[in-house]
Write a protein that binds this ligand. Structure first.
Ligand code: GAP
Length: 459
């Protein structure tokens, strides 16, 4: 059975994947902290992406740019003028809404008002008497534009000259460093630059748990290629992205492609596809892949007055490269992974049900749990085995409650292997290793344990 959003939220809180942000002070709306298991899962997702898109990729390399960039960046990129949503307030209950989303909600997804003029949206809302989804009244302010970038000031003076923005995407940092990377990495076109990091957007309607938040992490690749070859590379990275999701264990049935129709493309894009995932509320955007032409480099060239052209060493041609951009949110991926992996299963032998996080071993927060069968008798030996396992594997020690319950807990958080120290261990220096999925147990000599786990985990 599919998980509900509430089940995912409760599960995440119960086991320490995700906590309400600033809970101690009553919580900060729509902000989330990642607990001991959540941070491991996030790190494992980022490591898998970095490996596939950067370190183990023949084309690409990586950077880590600033969150605060020169303010001109956002004028050049178009964010200062264009990165805004149509905002409306309900005068009765004082809630804020995105006009296009109100229309989408009212039409049950049948009308896509993205890109409509304010007039067109106002007219639709009037004619269809679109009521406030919170209080049911029909009494709104006029529609106005709201820029989603967080502003702050750098230095002591809070004047316009010192105005800076928290980046709303990691991509622009890559464009700013394009020439530096080209000069120092000896890369030749086609090549890409990847980056993982925090982005900030003052979203009008955050929600759906960690799906849409104001602070989130992106994993972005800007892939530079020769003009005219971009659609070939667009197809390449689109397939690469889908394969990547499947290797992480996402079921193909829960993935779907949405190709933006030509008339809805951003003015600088000649192809855009969203990879949608079947979240508990339906299919929604997980990963955006866009062919962005030479728009960004051209804009930065114009605004910085620096030549950003590429000189082809073989043909001596000079051109501004075109760009393919696969852009993925870490938290949206994490939610998809949890949703796909979390199952309630009936154990055939005992007819009992167990909560199981059937997650890819590479992503599991802990790879191994080391457990004394009975704390009173086996604690000392277990602690020494644990120390040894920790030298090679991400492991956890647990001696609270009976062994059956401890196995269930490890199943629920996706730990692939449980190592148990019992009476036989004191006699022959062997331990039991229990497999999360099959629940089969084998005895392994302590001296061979790390190697055994390594071969099983195949990391
Ligand atoms: N540089 C291109 C770019 O940022 P986007 O479609 O606005 O494109 C890319 O964002 C991805 O970032 C989305 O597909 C999603 O995974 C993630 N994302 C965007 N806004 C988000 C938000 N408010 N909360 C969580 N993730 C978000």
């Amino acid at each position: 059975m599919a998980n509900t959003l509430e089940q995912l939220l409760n599960y995440s809180k119960q086991y320490g994947f995700v906590f309400q942000g600033s809970e101690l002070y009553g919580g900060l709306a729509n902000s989330w902290d990642y607990g001991p298991l959540g941070v491991e899962l996030k790190n494992n997702l980022k490591a898998a992406w970095w490996k596939a898109f950067v370190t183990h990729n023949p084309y690409n390399t990586g950077i880590d740019s600033g969150i605060i960039l020169h303010s001109e960046t956002w004028i050049a990129s178009g964010h200062v003028k264009g990165f805004q949503d149509p905002l409306m307030d309900c005068k009765e209950c004082k809630t804020r809404h995105r006009a296009d989303k109100l229309i989408e909600l009212h039409s049950k997804g049948k009308v896509d008002a993205d890109g409509w003029s304010h007039e067109k949206m106002r007219e639709y809302i009037e004619i269809n008497k679109v009521k406030c989804p919170v209080c049911g009244n029909f009494n709104y302010t006029d529609i106005r534009n709201f820029n989603l970038m967080f502003k702050t000031h750098q230095g002591v003076l809070e004047d316009d000259k010192n105005l800076v923005y928290l980046r709303p995407e990691t991509a622009q940092g890559i464009f700013l460093d394009f020439k530096n990377v080209l000069r120092t990495s000896r890369k030749k076109i086609p090549f890409g630059i990847g980056q993982i990091g925090k982005s900030f957007r003052n979203e009008i309607t955050p929600g759906n748990f960690i799906f849409r938040t104001r602070e989130f992490e992106q994993m972005e690749l800007e892939f530079f290629c020769k003009p005219g070859t971009e659609l070939k590379w667009f197809d390449y990275w689109r397939s690469f992205a889908i394969d990547f999701l499947k290797t992480l264990g996402l079921s193909a049935d829960n993935l779907k492609l949405y190709d933006h129709p030509q008339e809805k493309l951003s003015f600088y894009s000649n192809a855009t596809t969203d990879i949608l995932y079947r979240y508990p509320w339906g299919f929604d955007e997980l990963w955006g892949i866009a062919s962005r032409t030479d728009y960004d480099l051209k804009q930065h060239q114009e605004h910085s007055k620096e030549n950003l052209e590429y000189l082809d060493p073989e043909t001596s041609e000079k051109y501004l490269p075109f760009v393919i951009e696969p852009s993925l949110g870490v938290e949206r991926l994490l939610l998809a992974i949890l949703n796909d992996a979390l199952v309630e299963e009936v154990v055939e032998q005992t007819n009992e049900s167990r909560t199981l996080l059937k997650i890819d071993k590479r992503l599991a927060p802990y790879k191994v749990a080391v457990l004394p069968l009975v704390k009173k008798y086996h604690q000392e030996k277990t602690e020494s085995v644990f120390e040894n396992v920790l030298k090679r594997h991400v492991a956890v020690y647990d001696d609270t409650g009976n062994i059956g319950r401890r196995y269930r807990r490890q199943d629920a958080i996706g730990t692939p292997y449980c190592v148990t120290i019992d009476n036989q261990t004191t006699e022959d220096d062997t331990v039991t290793v229990r497999d999360r999925d099959t629940m089969e147990q084998v005895r392994v000599p302590i001296g061979e344990l790390n190697q055994y786990l390594q071969s099983k985990l195949d990391l």
